[in-house]
Design a protein around this ligand. Structure first.
Ligand code: G1P
Length: 293
């Protein structure tokens, strides 16, 4: 079996009801943080981690995502005429190679586990990454790259991004039971989707980055519905870890929950402040605004 992680799956079928009316006609993954859509942050992160093939599991109303990762001849022509070569170069650079992108539709909103299963034929028999674009991570080294490096050191296996969350928030996340823990990498002995704080096995949450072995597809195929009456990835993973090594990595970086309004606004603030071109000016504005509070 091919052991290098070459493919990434991007489940982008979700409706984004929390951002209505912005997401009525526009996919939530196209919401920009500063000037780049969430989905492009996810694809850039994957490319920087060495991913070569990009599989989008889409749904109705998501064609803008396909347009975004395609060339736009009229726009290119206008940029050339206006001498905006740097902008054009940046746009062209950000495109994955022709033939390296695949789109498949999840026809019914049956949950994250089902969305990942929809990518089965495209992934084939090799390990793959899953990136949830809602979870935006600001870091020096891309989070997925940190995970691929950690997996190389561990000699393979399944690995997911993990982060401590306030105990009262466990019902928003997949929560893991820690085994051997060196403070950075933690062996996972069990996983449960969105447990009530009273029964959560820890406050270590799964964040939307996974590197999985293809055996997960067989488990997803027969996976019964779980939390929220959806086919949960976490439930299939909890079976996978019965006989395969499974780890969580506390990545270096700050994660923003861009599936939530406050998290999304926080991300815009943090990413704008971190920018070389606008960071300093924006900081002044933030200062002025906070003085009026
Ligand atoms: C999904 C996963 C959950 C994970 C979370 C991270 O939940 O099912 O295990 O902790 O992403 O953001 P969702 O946010 O799609 O409800």
């Amino acid at each position: 079996m091919q052991n290098k992680v070459r493919k990434a799956v991007f489940p982008v079928g979700g409706l984004g009801t929390r951002f209505l009316p912005a997401t009525k006609a526009m996919p939530k993954e196209m919401l920009p943080v500063v000037d780049k859509p969430l989905i492009q942050y996810a694809v850039d992160e994957a490319r920087e981690a060495g991913i070569e093939e990009f599989i989008f599991v889409t749904g109705r109303g998501k064609v803008l995502i396909e347009d975004h990762f395609d060339r736009s001849y009229e726009l290119e022509q206008v940029l050339i005429e206006r001498g905006k070569d740097a902008v054009l170069e940046k746009l062209t650079e950000s495109l994955p190679s022709t033939g390296a992108v695949a789109y498949t539709r999840q026809r019914e909103p049956l949950g994250l586990g089902h969305a990942v299963w929809c990518a089965k034929r495209f992934v084939g028999d090799e390990p793959f990454a899953v990136i949830l674009a809602d979870d935006l991570i600001l870091s020096d080294t891309p989070a997925l790259k940190q995970m691929i490096d950690a997996r190389d050191n561990l000699g393979g296996g399944n690995i997911l991004a993990a982060m401590e969350v306030p105990k009262e928030q466990t019902s928003r996340y997949g929560i893991l039971s820690p085994g051997y823990d060196d403070g950075k990498t933690v062996e996972i002995t069990n996983l449960v989707e969105k447990p009530d704080p009273s029964v959560a096995p820890s406050n270590l949450a799964v964040i939307g980055r996974y590197i999985l072995e293809p055996t997960v597809f067989d488990l997803l195929e027969n996976q019964a519905r779980g939390a929220g009456n959806e086919i949960q990835l976490t439930d299939a993973l909890s079976k996978l870890l019965e006989n395969r090594p499974f780890y969580g990595l506390r990545f270096d970086g700050t994660r923003f929950d861009c599936g939530d309004k406050i998290g999304f606004l926080h991300a815009n603030l943090a990413f704008a402040l971190a920018r070389d071109d606008i960071g300093a000016d924006f900081k002044e504005i933030v200062k002025q605004v906070s003085e009026t509070l």
